[in-house]
Design a protein around this ligand. Sequence first.
Ligand SMILES: NC(=O)c1ccc[n+]([C@@H]2O[C@H](COP(=O)([O-])OP(=O)(O)OC[C@H]3O[C@@H](n4cnc5c(N)ncnc54)[C@H](O)[C@@H]3O)[C@@H](O)[C@H]2O)c1
Ligand SMILES: [Zn+2]
Ligand SMILES: [Zn+2]
Length: 382
Amino acid sequence: MKVRAAAVFGLNEPWKTIDLEIDDPHPGEVKVKMAFAGMCHSDEHIRTGDISQPAEVLPFFGVDSMFPLIGGHEGSGIVEEVGEGVTGFAVGDKVAVSFVPSCGRCEPCASGRQYLCDMSAGTLAGPSFDGTWRHHIDGKNANRMAQLGTFSEYIVVSEHSLVKIEPWQDLRAAALISCGISTGFGSVVDRGEVKPGEVVAVIGCGGVGSGAIQGARIGGARAVVAIDTKQSKVDRAMKIGATHGATSVLDAAFNILPDLTFGRQCDLVILTPGVLTGDLIEQARSITAKGGRIVATAIAPWNQQQIDLNLFSLAMFNQALLGTVFGSQNPRFQIPNLLRLYEKGLLDIDSVVTNEYSIEEVQKGYDDLESGVNVRGVVRFD
Ligand SMILES: NC(=O)c1ccc[n+]([C@@H]2O[C@H](COP(=O)([O-])OP(=O)(O)OC[C@H]3O[C@@H](n4cnc5c(N)ncnc54)[C@H](O)[C@@H]3O)[C@@H](O)[C@H]2O)c1
Ligand SMILES: [Zn+2]
Ligand SMILES: [Zn+2]
């Protein structure tokens, strides 16, 4: 079938809306009519080259280029067709996508760590998991972000990349929860193991940071310090649970933390800026308490190996620097779980969605992210 989709054709080229040819689902695959797709910063990382893989790595993905690539890895929709052997989904089911697949059988999945599912290895580019291609632009095979490519009216994906949600659950909230909100929330609650009464700082208050701020609020933090270089993001963070705001780590360090923490600093610091740079690690550590944790959630350029870090202080203050993918949570648990919090009014998703766009307007949505207009933009499909 022919659908409209947004793709990027080369490094630093703009998002273009194009006609995409999608094949029928193969065994184990599902066709979904998309309702919403969230515009996460990670898709921009492909366009700008942060996570575009070098030429020598591409053969492992079975391709010689990351491009063309259909963007989008946050989203939700309705099952339109199921391939042979699919038993977990039926036509008409509401689903959220998951950028980490969960096969349920590999060692990480079997040990309760779906966020580390071995199937993730092939998700950045290349053919579908069975080694064949389902997506074509002008007769040429097209890569898909996270084997999803949700900036498309329909998607054909592995059943392992979908999470079924309840018929009454909100599809727009599900789209945001499918990556950004879950990742931020889990960074605080699951990876950061926030405890009631702690002080949490979140550096970078976009879509993922909005999940982190709310994870801290719901997890019982006594104070949540929102730090973002854009004042508009700080203001919005204060509406969803931040108790204090600053436009730089230094600003927080001098003007907020001395009184707030009696000089002890933050128990937990979450790094969710658009791009993680090496200098931010020491900045985060410098506002972390003795015995505190730093969680690096944001994505750095793929070849970033150098960081600033005071190793003496890290050891002597008994601090922990932790990485996380998907907030170290299981998509099949976390997505329905956070949707229930949303339904109860405990998790605010509606304030995080700042604008809706058509599939023709993906580049405008990312321009609005860059300029600070958006916390999270979503593509709404008709
Ligand atoms: N670990 C994971 O599994 C995972 C999952 C999803 C997204 N991510 C990554 O998380 C990061 C955040 O994603 P997002 O969609 O929320 O991005 P975003 O662009 O919506 O938000 C980033 C925010 O950081 C702010 N910022 C930029 N530099 C800053 C700095 N030096 N100090 C303070 N604030 C700064 C920006 O103003 C913006 O508000 C990205 O790197 C994204 O790729 C990681
Ligand atoms: Zn994402
Ligand atoms: Zn698995």
